[in-house]
Design a protein around this ligand. Sequence first.
Ligand code: ATP
Ligand code: MG
Ligand code: ZN
Length: 284
Amino acid sequence: MPEAADDGGELEPEFTPSPQHGMARQAEEALEGIDRVLVVMSGKGGVGKSTVAVNLACALDEAGLDVGLTDFDITNPNTPRMTGLDGFQFEGQGPFEPPRLGSIPVASAAFFKPAEKSLAWRGPLKQKMISSLLGRIDWPDLDVLVLDLPPGTSDEPLSVSELVPTEKTRAVLVTTPQLVSTEDVALNFRFAVTVEIPVVGIVENMSPFECECGREHAIFGEGGGRRLAEELEVPLLAEIPIDPGLREGADDGKPIVLADPEAASARALRGAAESLAEGLASDT
Ligand SMILES: Nc1ncnc2c1ncn2[C@@H]1O[C@H](COP(=O)(O)OP(=O)(O)OP(=O)(O)O)[C@@H](O)[C@H]1O
Ligand SMILES: [Mg+2]
Ligand SMILES: [Zn+2]
């Protein structure tokens, strides 16, 4: 990659300067010390991507990896609240020191000053913020940066495929059990293949739970994640039951894998993290 010459020096003939280029290069430099970017995505909204991302980061940290967490959810970033870092603001121009949840450095679009944020994000502004979340953060060396995406398959996941080299990227797809979700996530899988984001597993969330009444309730159906994983030939990493404690932990900024590690949902999340940690260690 040729160096951009601000001083009017020699440029490679094929190099076309563009405003995006400097930011892409900053992001590329930031990624030098980051081995893997683990993208948590779903074609479907509200299925628990942010909750899964935050808890996976905590569980991967507990499994002994050096973990960071950021969201590329520019319009509705939820990771600050879910990590207890709501209200944090970066000072100055950066590079910014990320605040931490325990030992995990965390960044979010919400941490930038209002002057750098918009209420109506057009493509180029969004692109700039996304690049900033990599390139203007002083990320330490990491085994894995967990990245929480908004729903769907537009600007944000496309930015991942543009900014992060395919060999560093791994994606987890989150679905709920019912067909209305698994169908969207199947399309999301095809999108990931098209843009060369390797999918390492499916997480089913809001799965059936054991009730105090002694019965199991399947509010959103059951088995959809398993069927989808079989159809797509990717591992099913977890079935996370519906659990009010998981929701409370998200609202209180105390991820359940830390707050109540023996809860069924926490055990499922830890299981997913252990499989991922093994996979990341063996795939070079
Ligand atoms: N297994 C679960 N049991 C109970 N509540 C859950 C569970 N998983 C997630 N939730 C709750 O469901 C809501 C939606 O979760 P979350 O915000 O993580 O979804 P999302 O997919 O990131 O949404 P968006 O598409 O808006 O980004 C949150 O209030 C969260 O606490
Ligand atoms: Mg979210
Ligand atoms: Zn019941």
